[in-house]
Design a protein around this ligand. Sequence first.
Ligand code: NAP
Ligand code: F7E
Length: 321
Amino acid sequence: MPRALVTGITGQDGSYLAEFLLDKGYDVYGLIRRSSVVTDQRIRHLIDRVELIDGDLLDQLSLIKAMRTARPDEVYNLAAQSFVPTSWGQPVLTGEFTALGVTKMLEAVRVADWPVRFYQASSSEMFGKVQEVPQTENTPFYPRSPYGVAKVYGHWITVNYRESYNLYACSGILFNHESPRRGLEFAPRKIARAVARIKLGKQMEIRLGNLDARRDWGFAGDYVRAMWMMLQQDAPDDYVIATGETHSVAEFCELAFRRVGIDNWRDYIVIDPALLRPAEVDLLIGDPTKAREKLGWQPEVSFEGLVNLMVDADLAMEAQS
Ligand code: NAP
Ligand code: F7E
């Protein structure tokens, strides 16, 4: 049985990746940090099938111990402070988790005395103020938030460990991916949930920031498949994972409201200046040609399919609560 260690297993991607790896026959170990509240909601249905190991990206020794316990063939480093606005409020913490945390995990992999393949969760936020449209693996980075800056560090330290120590280390440059398991603070989930609540008469309006920002949005279930594919190649490399389409936040709102039969969607939106960012990423659109040609990866869920599945899931959930 192949063995995998997943950091960030309690997050959106960690939960989909754990399901995917279990289906492939892996023994799955997940790093989980101590908390006074329960954080395993997204993996509760898997709890008898995964092994959870206490550890924190801030604590080097805990990562080395996690490696010794799991003895993984593959490490997926998904843990991070991942919410962009928080990175302005807590830039140092974001740097410690999202940037230096990668080095700590790479060090734990480097000192292992068995072969390990490493995946780093890099981000389209590294492109920020985009220098090229669409963005490829060769597009220069210009991050626009402390989060984006930290991810650039995580990307380059991964490349550096590959080149310095001959590690099998890949950086997946993933564009925004969403699901019903997405955190409530991210725009697509915030919109899907609010639309469901408005339809059910539980909420009157949605407060949003910049409706003109454009993102290349895909489905998280499709994207974790790409992570695994990257670690199954003969040689390690970096890949853009995206749909190749871009849509505005306004378009997301329009489709979400349409799903519940509401056409006058703008009447429900309140623009809140407090939700505007100090520096915005206006446009992201990825070119996934390399992933398609080399990995054979393609997304299966369309933009409209994604909006519909998220609204439907929140409608079902809100109708019960
Ligand atoms: P998420 O839902 O925010 O999950 C983050 C995970 O990291 C959680 O399990 C969290 O644990 C864990 N974590 C945070 N700080 C930690 C620490 N100090 N030690 C150990 N664990 C820690 O994020 P996601 O959407 O699944 O994204 C997964 C990764 O991909 C992240 O690195 C993110 O930056 C990156 N990424 C995401 C996207 C996207 O669109 N989703 C796109 C590109 C890149 P708790 O449950 O305890 O908080
Ligand atoms: O914002 C705009 C906001 O927070 C998307 C993370 O997973 O993807 C994610 O980062 C857009 C931005 O995601 C609201 O200004 C408008 O332009 O859903 P988001 P993000 O910042 O793109 C990347 C790839 C990651 O790596 C990150 O970890 O939507 N927007 N109004 C809003 N955004 C939020 N959150 N809330 C609003 O009310």
